[in-house]
Design a protein around this ligand. Structure first.
Ligand code: FE2
Length: 368
């Protein structure tokens, strides 16, 4: 059994204070943050707007390779010693790809994807990630998801050298998170945990993190109402971090594979797209993880997959849509989605091998 994760974690920290300790004085810093963060009080504790800081706020949702190319070019010109990413998965993934592009001295994402991992440069800026949603897990993983929106394709930039150096968690940064994003990111973390458990690469350490994550999500998801109490927010941030630590070593599996065309074709938020298939998948995958089921059901406080589905649907009702029909998918389009649902390296991780018939049934099950 091997488990590896080199990211240094500061939990329940004050972002501004921790960043100034880690950044040093006079270092050139490239700061990616979500649009609007520059108007917050925390932003002014991080940067004084001097020439040593280059701030980028126009990161794309589900970042396209074309948008990242633009940032990579600026980064090559600026030559940062430190890269800071403050935001959700899109911001963190963008920063990871830019840092990796600098490290390998690539001028575009396509070059990065096609060029393998030949080390050219050796200069690797320190990467500090500060998540502001509790679902992505990207702050503790070695991959970044990027999208070619011209060719309608999703890619993963993944390498052992692509782990961030530090992940900082400050619950104060989540206070303005819209409820729909709070819910969908929690569901993303839930999906990462389940996918780590029913994964061919699972091991006792990843299982432990996944079980703990699920326990916390089930404990707190019903209390996710505005204003979100600090203990609920901290519990869900911790759950997301545990989920990240779990799937950082297993990668995802069938639920994420099925989610990609749902996001690409219908714009279904990632956390919803990858969590709707969890319940039909639990029924299928149960036979491949018999030894984990008792602990799983105990942590979810249920006795069956049906009971779990009812529980999660009740918790998210009125906060986010949770069926394909509600996102405008037509029933006669399901067949066409089946082929697109097979991302080979994700599907191959699933503990039970799925065929087209299985996937068509799953899509039918999550339609209404
Ligand atoms: Fe995910």
């Amino acid at each position: 059994m091997k488990y590896y994760n080199p990211v240094k974690i500061s939990f329940d920290t004050i972002c501004g204070e921790e960043l100034s300790k880690l950044s040093g004085i006079g270092k050139k810093r490239l700061i990616f943050c979500y649009d609007g963060f520059e108007k917050t009080g925390t932003f002014s504790t991080i940067t004084d707007g001097g020439e040593n800081d280059l701030v980028i706020t126009d990161v794309e949702e589900n970042p396209s390779i074309q948008s990242i190319d633009k940032f990579l070019k600026s980064a090559h010109n600026f030559k940062p010693e430190i890269i800071i990413a403050i935001g959700g998965g899109s911001v963190i993934d963008t920063a990871k790809v830019v840092r990796f592009g600098l490290y390998l001295n690539r001028s575009s994402v396509k070059e990065l994807l096609e060029g393998g991992v030949t080390r050219i440069s050796g200069e690797k800026p320190l990467l500090i990630t500060v998540p502001t949603t509790h679902g992505t897990g990207s702050e503790v993983t070695m991959w970044a998801t990027v999208w070619d929106k011209v060719e309608n394709k999703k890619y993963s930039v993944s390498d052992i050298e692509n782990y961030p150096d530090h992940a900082l968690y400050d619950h104060r940064l989540f206070s303005t998170l819209p409820m729909s994003v709070s819910v969908s990111s929690t569901l993303d973390a839930l999906s990462h945990s389940f996918e780590a458990l029913w994964n061919k690469n699972s091991n006792p350490v990843s299982d432990h993190f996944a079980f703990e994550s699920i326990k916390l999500i089930i404990k707190y998801i019903d209390d996710l109402n505005d204003p979100v109490p600090a203990d609920v927010r901290k519990g869900l941030i911790l759950a997301s971090m545990y989920a990240g630590l779990a799937f950082s070593n297993t990668k995802t599996a069938a639920a994420h594979s099925i989610s990609y065309p749902l996001t690409l074709n219908y714009g279904i938020p990632h956390g919803i797209a990858c969590s709707m298939p969890l319940f039909p998948l639990l029924k299928i995958n149960s036979k491949g993880m018999v030894d984990k089921l008792d602990r799983l059901f105990m942590n979810c406080e249920v006795k069956s997959p049906e009971e779990l589905e009812k529980k999660i649907k009740a918790a998210v009702k009125g906060k986010v849509p949770f069926s394909l029909e509600e996102f405008g998918v037509k029933e006669n389009e399901l067949e066409g989605l089946v082929g697109q649902s097979f991302t080979k390296e994700r599907m191959a991780n699933n503990i039970i091998e799925l065929d087209s018939g299985d996937v068509r049934k799953i899509l039918g099950d999550i339609y209404k």
